[in-house]
Ligand binder design. Structure first.
Ligand code: ADP
Ligand code: GN1
Ligand code: MG
Length: 375
């Protein structure tokens, strides 16, 4: 992402605010994130050697309350840190670590209103942009399941909602219908088939939130953006090491994490593939993830939660589809687009996946049933 010059001008000022030892020798844009502006900082230590950090300018157009967001991250990572130490793990590599400012704050707000934060850089890792093998996907599932297990006793209600109703599918459906009705760019006529596909599934949108409301599903601490590139793998062992991008950690359903991973990782094609014949749900990948997630959760999920996991996969995919389509209708104001019709292409892949999941529904349920005793 290109930062506007007002923000660029502030980067030195921001760096100077953080309590980092040593001499800054290198600073450069880093990674492929789509939300924040990320930089690598390299420091030479007085005793020799170097230490690296991640500096991020937070996206406060999307996250309206960076203060609360950072409070969530500090509390959750602090909690994880203790549990990692108890398990004999390495807390500097297995969770994010927030570096405070010299005033002891979790972030710095500069004079132009940009919000900056710093994390320890986790060295010798790889970040995968797509699933390269069932084993990697299985490992990522164990890691997201472990994340769920380790936070199972954390009081979810104490966390702030960094984006209200983020995965509340009925609210997303309403927002989608509003975008269709307003049809600001006159694009609705071009996508009647896609609109009809989405509207025909309105009943499904309530499937999880109704069960939450009537107490049949528990509220949990969830990550909510479990794309594969939000995990760092250890470069030597190739094991999933650390879950990153904690901006959307907030109260939610386990189905959101399970579902979003399947949506992205079990697809046979890219999220924005134009050739829909390439897009199906790979049931072998779905199975690998189901097995790993249930193992990682280590018995913390209820029977009802497990039974509803396939619905999590379908609803997260459907929801992402209506978010992309709504953004297309509203003029591409939320998701970054790199070509004409980019959001429409993305919506189409998601709807193709939903249709394929419906066709494979019995198999998806049977796979969850097969592994439910691993939970
Ligand atoms: P975005 O919200 O924009 O996706 P992320 O927090 O996911 O931002 O960071 C973008 C990229 O920066 C990640 O995909 C990863 O490659 C890298 N990254 C982020 N935090 C760390 C870290 N602590 N150590 C090493 N790499 C990191
Ligand atoms: C956004 O930042 P990234 O690319 O991990 C979005 C997710 C969507 C995803 C679709 C905060 O995630 O909800 O599933 O795009 N994140 C936010 O690719 O809206
Ligand atoms: Mg990310």
């Amino acid at each position: 992402m290109k930062m506007e010059s007002a923000a660029c001008a502030r980067i030195e000022e921001a760096i100077a605010q953080f309590a980092i030892e040593g001499k800054l020798t290198e600073q450069r844009p880093y990674g492929n994130g789509h939300i924040n502006d990320t930089f690598l900082l390299v420091y030479e230590m007085p005793q020799g050697g170097t230490r690296q950090y991640i500096l991020q300018r937070m996206n406060h157009d999307i996250f309206k309350n960076p203060h609360e967001l950072m409070e969530n991250i500090v509390h959750v990572t602090g909690y994880l840190r203790k549990s990692i130490i108890e398990q004999g793990g390495d807390p500097d590599r297995e969770t994010l670590n927030v570096i405070k400012t010299r005033n002891g704050e979790n972030y710095y707000r500069d004079g132009s209103g940009n919000y900056w934060r710093v994390f320890l850089f986790i060295e010798r890792t790889v970040c995968l942009e797509k699933v390269e093998s069932a084993k990697d996907f299985y490992d990522s599932a164990v890691a997201f399941g472990n994340f769920q297990r380790m936070l199972a006793d954390y009081p979810a209600k104490d966390l702030h909602e960094t984006i209200p109703n983020f995965h509340h599918t009925p609210s997303r459906f309403q927002a989608f219908c509003k975008a269709v009705d307003e049809d600001k760019l006159g694009r609705a006529a071009l996508v009647q088939e896609e609109i009809a596909f989405a509207k025909a599934r309105e009943q499904d949108t309530h499937a999880l939130t109704d069960l939450l409301a009537n107490g049949q599903l528990p509220l949990r601490v969830t990550h909510n953006d479990t794309k594969l590139n939000n995990i760092l793998f250890d470069a030597d062992s190739r094991k999933a090491l650390c879950i990153i991008d904690l901006d959307t950690v907030m109260p939610g359903l386990s189905h959101y994490d399970f579902g979003d991973s399947i949506r992205f990782g079990a697809s046979t094609g890219e999220e924005d593939e134009k050739d829909l014949s390439k897009i199906t749900v790979d049931l072998d990948l779905y199975e690998a993830f189901t097995k790993g997630y249930l193992e990682g959760c280590g018995g913390r999920l209820t029977d009802k939660e497990i039974e509803m996991l396939p619905m999590g996969a379908k609803l997260m995919t459907y929801e992402c589809g209506i978010r992309f389509l709504a953004d297309y209708l509203e003029g591409d104001i939320y998701f970054k687009v790199h070509r004409e019709g980019h959001n429409l292409d993305r919506a189409r892949t998601q709807f193709k996946l939903v249709a394929d999941m419906e066709a494979k529904w019995d198999e998806m349920r049977a796979i969850v049933e097969k592994y439910k005793n691993h939970a």
